[in-house]
Ligand binder design. Structure first.
Ligand SMILES: [Zn+2]
Ligand SMILES: [Zn+2]
Length: 92
């Protein structure tokens, strides 16, 4: 008798809500992470993904394309505002 019914320890916990995912449940996979279907959404704007949609993992968080690009723009901003615009404070 070797009915494989529910391989425990093989599904793991949802990377979004950290609850255990039952073995029979459909999951979304991203890299080494697994997610409940209902948990697999952009963690910034809650956008739900359809098959074929692009998503990104940033610091283990799911991001939609839009939010990911927004983050990247922020990340690439120069941290020295004085480099380009030298502000002068004129005291009157
Ligand atoms: Zn979950
Ligand atoms: Zn988003």
């Amino acid at each position: 008798m070797s009915l494989l019914k529910g391989l425990f320890g093989n599904t793991g916990n949802c990377a979004a809500c950290h609850k255990m995912i039952p073995a029979f449940e459909m999951v979304m996979r991203a890299r080494n992470n697994v997610y409940h279907l209902e948990c697999f959404a952009c963690q910034q704007c809650n956008h739900r993904f359809c098959v074929g949609d692009r998503f990104f993992l940033l610091e283990n968080k799911i991001l939609c394309e839009y939010d990911y690009e927004e983050r990247m723009i922020f990340a690439n901003l120069p941290y020295e505002p004085s480099a380009k615009q030298q502000r002068q404070f004129i005291h009157t």
